[in-house]
Design a protein around this ligand. Structure first.
Ligand code: HEM
Ligand code: HEM
Length: 184
C-alpha cells in the first residue's frame, strides 16, 4: 500500500491519541456516574475522589483540543479513496458512524464543561482552572449532566460499532481498511 492510500500521518496520530484518551475518559466518567460524589468519597476517600474528578475533566478537555486539531487535519489533508471501493451500504454506514463520532466528541466535552460550570464547580485542566463560560444555574446544570450521561452512552455504542467494523475488515474481509489508519 502506498502512503497516498492512507490517511495523512498527523491525522493517524490524532486518531489513536483520541482513542487512548477516550478510553480513560469513559472509564473515569462511568465510575463517577455509577458511584456519584458521595458514593465515590465513601468507597475511595476524598483525595482519590478529587483526583478522579480532576482527571476526568482534564481528559475531557484534552479530547476537545485533539478533536479540534483533528477537524483541521481532516480538512487540510486529502482523504484517500477506498481500494477496492466499499459497497454503498458499507460506505453509508461507516461514514455515518464517523460523522456522528466527530459530532458527539465535540459536543460531549462542551456539555461536561458547562454542566460543571453551571453547577458551581471548577473546570479543571491539570492544575489550572479554566473560565466557567456560564454563570451558576443549578436546574440547567442538572439537565446538562443528564444529557452528558446520554451522550456518554451514545459514544460507547458508536465506538463499539466502529471497532466491530474495523475488526471485521481486518480479520474477515482482509482488505486494506486497517492499514489506512494504522501507525506503522
Ligand atoms: C469526550 C469527553 C468526555 C466524555 C466521553 C465524558 C463521559 C462521561 C460519562 C460517560 C460520565 C458518566 C455519566 C453518568 O453516568 O452519569 C461523565 C460524568 C461526568 N463528566 Fe464527563 N465526559 C467528557 C468530558 C467532560 C468534561 C470536559 C467535563 C468537565 C470539564 C466533564 C465532567 C464530568 C463530571 C463532573 C461528571 C460526573 C457527573 C455526575 O456526578 O453524575 N466531562 N462523563
Ligand atoms: C480499537 C480501536 C479502533 C480501531 C481498530 C479503529 C480503526 C479505524 C480504521 C481502520 C479507520 C479507517 C476507516 C476508513 O477506511 O476510513 C478508522 C477511522 C476512524 N476512526 Fe477509528 N478505530 C478505533 C477507535 C476509534 C475511536 C475510539 C474513535 C473515536 C473516538 C474512532 C474514530 C474514527 C473516525 C471518526 C474515523 C474516520 C476517519 C476520520 O475522518 O478521522 N476510532 N478507525
Amino acid at each position: 500500500m502506498h502512503e497516498t492510500d492512507r490517511y495523512a500521518y498527523p491525522h493517524r496520530v490524532l486518531h489513536w491519541l483520541v482513542a487512548a484518551v477516550l478510553l480513560f475518559s469513559l472509564a473515569t466518567g462511568l465510575t463517577l456516574g455509577a458511584l456519584g460524589f458521595e458514593g465515590a468519597r465513601d468507597a475511595l476517600g476524598m483525595a482519590m475522589t478529587n483526583l478522579l474528578y480532576t482527571a476526568h475533566k482534564t481528559l475531557g478537555v484534552m479530547i476537545l483540543g485533539l478533536m479540534i486539531a483533528r477537524v483541521v487535519t481532516r480538512s487540510i489533508f486529502v482523504v484517500p479513496l477506498h481500494d477496492p471501493p466499499l459497497s454503498a451500504f458499507q460506505y453509508t454506514l461507516s461514514h455515518g458512524v464517523h460523522a456522528l463520532l466527530y459530532l458527539v466528541l465535540l459536543v460531549q466535552p462542551v456539555l461536561g464543561w458547562v454542566a460543571t460550570a453551571t453547577g458551581g464547580f471548577p473546570v479543571q485542566f491539570f492544575h489550572w482552572t479554566l473560565p466557567p463560560l456560564m454563570g451558576e444555574n443549578e436546574a440547567l446544570s442538572e439537565q446538562l449532566y443528564t444529557w452528558h450521561a446520554w451522550v456518554g452512552w451514545t459514544i460507547l455504542v458508536l465506538v463499539a460499532l466502529h471497532i466491530a467494523g474495523a475488526f471485521y475488515h481486518w480479520l474477515f474481509v482482509r482488505d486494506g481498511v486497517m492499514k489506512r489508519m494504522s501507525l506503522f
